[in-house]
Design a protein around this ligand. Structure first.
Ligand code: C2E
Ligand code: CA
Ligand code: CA
Ligand code: CA
Length: 276
């Protein structure tokens, strides 16, 4: 109830200070989070569009803060990037995800998100090899999800990192396709196995007249001609599912099939699905 301009100004000033303080506190807590044990991973199923069988899970990080409760990854990951904590947190994610996946049936992969900053850390190939070796997980069961953001960095360094990781044998998914850096040139050379269609294109695609369906169709055509799979992210309703399937996406990930779940629930779910 601030009618005059001054009041509004003071109000915003207070808000901004509160946020800056808040941010400093979060930073401090993030610096010790790996020792405090506040992080865990949850896993969301990715299914075949055709037979609806689970082909993998995406590992998603959760931070249960001692006083604030859950802090969203879109809030703390950017802070972790800025304060230089992403290599350590990212290593923990890769190790934890590989260890979990080693307990799953052999045909089920795990995908981890790799931030553009982590992708340029020269230590990454060693981290990946170490995690695979410790978990005894074959490299082709690990998929690294990378956003278009990595292509804003130095070309030579990015190419070299792809080559080093490719030599290890991991798979690559291009995450949040179409929402970031807009040049398509990198698709020519980067060794992606799949394109993940961002949920902003999937959501509402089933509503008649919505233009998202045309965009999804075009992305599927592009991916198919480049010999890449497509995962539609964020399908929530049966209508969306039906539409996405009719547009030819090879894989689907979204609440319609399952929310991110703790590791022990994954084990329950995949029990008995082993194919020999
Ligand atoms: P993302 O990689 O695009 O992950 C997909 C996000 O969509 C997840 O949010 C997931 O819970 C959510 N989602 C999946 N299906 C649906 C659906 O049907 N409806 C809706 N409304 N949402 C759905 P989450 O877990 O909050 O993660 C947000 C973002 O944080 C991720 O987006 C990713 O960019 C980042 N992130 C999460 N975990 C990690 C991590 O371990 N490392 C890094 N670097 N980033 C991470
Ligand atoms: Ca992702
Ligand atoms: Ca995504
Ligand atoms: Ca996203």
């Amino acid at each position: 109830a601030k009618a005059d301009g001054k009041g509004i100004h003071r109000f915003y000033e207070r808000e901004m200070h509160a946020n800056a303080d808040d941010r400093r506190l979060l930073e401090m807590d993030l610096r010790t989070v790996l020792n405090d044990g506040g992080l865990h991973l949850v896993y969301q199923p990715v299914v075949n569009a055709g037979d609806e069988k689970i082909v993998g899970f995406e590992a998603l990080i959760r931070w249960n803060h001692p006083t604030r409760g859950y802090v969203r990854p879109d809030v703390f990951i950017p802070i972790a990037e800025e304060i230089g904590m992403i290599p350590q947190i990212g290593e923990w994610v890769i190790r934890t995800a590989c260890t979990a996946a080693a307990q799953w049936p052999e045909h089920i992969r795990v995908a981890v998100n790799v931030s553009p900053i982590q992708f340029l850390s020269p230590a990454l190939p060693g981290v990946v090899m170490g995690a695979l070796a410790t978990a005894q997980l074959p490299a082709n069961r690990l998929e690294l999800e990378i956003t278009e953001g990595v292509f804003m960095n130095d070309d030579a360094a990015t190419d070299a990192m792809f080559a080093r990781l490719k030599a290890i044998g991991v798979r690559f998914a291009l995450d949040d396709f179409g929402t970031g850096y807009s040049s398509l040139g990198y698709l020519k050379k980067a060794p992606f196995d799949k394109i993940k269609i961002d949920q902003s294109f999937v959501r509402g695609a089933a509503i008649p007249g919505n233009r998202n369906a045309a965009i999804v169709r075009a992305i599927v055509a592009l991916a198919t001609s480049l010999d890449m799979d497509t995962t539609a992210e964020g399908a929530e309703t049966l209508d969306e599912l039906e539409l996405i399937r009719s547009l030819g996406c090879s894989h689907i990930q979204g609440y319609v099939f399952g929310r991110p779940m703790p590791g022990d629930e994954v084990l329950e779910k995949v029990k008995g699905t082993a194919t020999l």
